[in-house]
Design a protein around this ligand. Structure first.
Ligand code: FEO
Ligand code: CA
Ligand code: CA
Ligand code: CA
Length: 593
């Protein structure tokens, strides 16, 4: 690999220093280019982006807003399908003179079209970057109005039926698609995360059981922030109380079959899904690892009943695309091995030298069978958080991306932060979440017992306690802290072909720009965190893809800073001058000699 290579998985670039620039900064000897930005054409014939004169019809053919996860599916030599999640819209930055109390129908419909996913063909160019092809066959937009098929054990559930869909099997759109993963059969999994923000009038729901369920998912209050309920009653819980149950799922899209309906997978449970990443276990079953991104929420895994069929034949793909329909859903319980008195919340490593211990995957449901007292199987799937609460899993510090390494089989989890840990009335430090007021987050490494991803026992250790390496409350797997880059708020993880872990950050609490970091997890370099790039001020780094030829990052919400708006943009990235900031995918590659 061009950025990896060397011995022991060492990484050969010069780390980028922390900064606050309105620029994307890469190491010496590397080049960068925007691959696609908000408003760029996705479908052939899409109009040119015109910030002052946007329309919903144009947006539905253009790249959506705030791209998060980015995944590549190979399509041939130096040619890929690139799939991007469009997590959310920021109307005040999208429209001049936006009035949050009175959005117009056109603005709302633009926002619906700016959500969802984009699929584009990309090709490596001569310089080493990637360029978008306006491919008539493959390029695709999925928006808030695209039909999805609901599959798995809760498809058709009474909790999923609405007046527009009495079958409970067909949902329009996807919301807040955050992280995701690429499956070995060439589809994309994407997590519906903070769906609660789109639904109004939870206060009007008076049934105590329904109210408790809504509350556990953060569905509360009256009008929604974006006021979509004024333009489609399905966003009004007083009128369509089940519509919110149709979001919060892992969705699967097959970019190689542009006419296929994307799927909502009920077997993987409903929560604020950050994403899902799968590995094929030695016995052929497929295992998906998942985080529920909320303070004090849980980590999950799903083990399929069926086994993966290798190869790209139509027969194998159709088989594999059904694997996530049936299996067992588990939630994680972590147990530390050091005395509780040594876990004092300061981040001081306990006497045995590690924050580490054992763990158990607690089964919640298998198809139509519930393992949770008081819950039917369909209730486990639709109200997964409440079912998990019953079985005593470990409350984590906001589990974001959870991804198995295909090199060493271990699983890496980004716990982005939890400033509430140890606050009055909240849970205090535990060995897997060892810091109070954890503002910089940490990274856990899990190893399934005997390397069996389908098993129910694992061991774990803290790989990184993030923050300023000069601070005593940080830990870099025992590596010399004078040699590492500061890192804060790990969010997405990825791996290069050598097995090095790459980490992107969101919300750098060290008061500098977010970025992308790489760290070996084996040998003498284990824990040697180096910053590969920084993104513009106000932006979050996401969707990293690391190949031997290039690195892709999503630059989400550039210039999202206090006081920023379309009328007062505080970033002009990536187009410069007095332009509006535009969320983008950027390719970075080593300069060719
Ligand atoms: Fe959308 Fe948990 O980040
Ligand atoms: Ca320990
Ligand atoms: Ca995220
Ligand atoms: Ca990832």
């Amino acid at each position: 690999g061009r950025h990896g290579g060397g011995h022991g998985g060492g990484l050969d670039f010069e780390p980028v220093a922390p900064n606050d620039l309105d620029a994307l900064v890469v190491p010496k000897g590397y080049e960068q280019d925007v691959v696609i930005r908000w408003g760029d054409p996705v479908l052939p014939g899409a109009p040119r982006f015109d910030f002052a004169n946007q329309t919903a019809a144009a947006q539905a053919r253009q790249f959506g807003y705030n791209n998060d996860f980015c995944g590549l599916v190979p399509l041939g030599r130096d040619r890929y399908l690139m799939v991007s999640n469009h997590e959310y819209t920021t109307e005040s930055a999208m429209f001049f003179g936006y009035d949050p109390a009175n959005p117009t129908r056109e603005q709302v419909e633009i926002a619906w079209a700016a959500h969802g996913l984009s699929v584009v063909v990309v090709e490596e160019n001569r310089r080493g970057g990637l360029e978008v092809k306006l491919d008539r066959h493959y390029n695709r937009r999925v928006t808030m109005t695209t039909p999805f098929a609901v599959r798995g054990p809760a498809a058709g559930s009474k909790y999923l039926r609405t007046s527009a869909d009495p079958t409970g099997r067909r949902v329009l759109g996807t919301q807040n698609n955050c992280a995701g993963g690429v499956t070995p059969w060439g589809t994309i999994l994407s997590g519906e995360e903070n769906f609660n923000q789109y639904f109004a009038n939870a206060d009007a729901v008076t049934d105590p059981v329904a109210k408790a369920r809504n509350s556990r998912y953060g569905l509360s209050g009256g009008a929604s922030q974006r006021k979509w309920e004024r333009f489609d009653k399905r966003f009004d819980l007083a009128r369509e109380p089940n519509e919110a149950n149709r979001f919060g799922w892992v969705v699967e899209i097959d970019p190689l079959d542009p006419h296929s309906a994307p799927v909502k997978h009920t077997a993987l449970g409903r929560f604020k899904h950050e994403g899902a990443n799968v590995i094929v276990a030695r016995n052929g079953h497929v295992v998906a690892y998942m985080g529920d991104d909320e303070r004090f929420d849980y980590m999950y895994k799903f083990v399929t009943d069926g086994r993966y069929k290798p190869g790209n034949s139509r027969y194998a793909r159709e088989h594999n695309k059904k694997l996530l329909d049936s299996g067992t859903l588990y939630v994680a319980k972590f147990t530390g091995d050091s005395p509780a008195a040594e876990i004092d919340g300061s981040g001081t490593v306990p006497a045995d030298g590690e924050f580490d211990g054992s763990g158990e995957w607690i089964p919640l449901a298998h198809n139509d069978r519930s393992f949770v007292p008081g819950f039917t199987a369909e209730e486990v799937y639709v109200f997964t958080r409440l079912a998990a609460d019953v079985v005593g899993p470990t409350k984590m510090d906001r589990p974001e991306d959870v991804e198995p390494s295909l090199r060493n089989g271990r699983i890496y989890a980004a716990l982005t932060n939890n400033t509430d840990r140890g606050k009055a009335g909240r849970e205090g430090p535990t060995e897997p979440n060892p810091r109070v007021a954890n503002k910089h987050g940490h990274v856990l490494e899990l190893a399934e017992r005997g390397g069996d991803h389908t098993g129910t026992r694992f061991s774990w250790k803290v790989l990184l306690l993030c923050g300023d390496p000069n601070s005593p409350d940080t830990y870099f797997a025992g590596y010399d802290k004078t040699q590492v880059s500061p890192i804060s708020c790990p969010d997405n993880v990825a791996f290069d072909s050598k097995g090095n872990l790459w980490i992107s950050t969101d919300g750098n609490a060290l008061s500098h720009n977010d970025g992308l970091f790489a760290v070996p997890v084996e040998g003498r370099e284990r824990g040697h965190v180096k910053q590969f790039l920084t993104v513009p001020d106000g932006a979050e780094t996401c969707g990293p893809v690391v190949t031997d030829d290039f690195v892709l990052v999503s630059v989400q919400h550039p210039g999202e800073l206090d006081g920023a708006s379309a009328d007062n943009p505080l970033s002009h990235w990536p187009d410069g001058g007095d332009s509006q900031p535009r969320p983008s995918v950027v390719a970075v590659w080593k300069k060719r000699r």
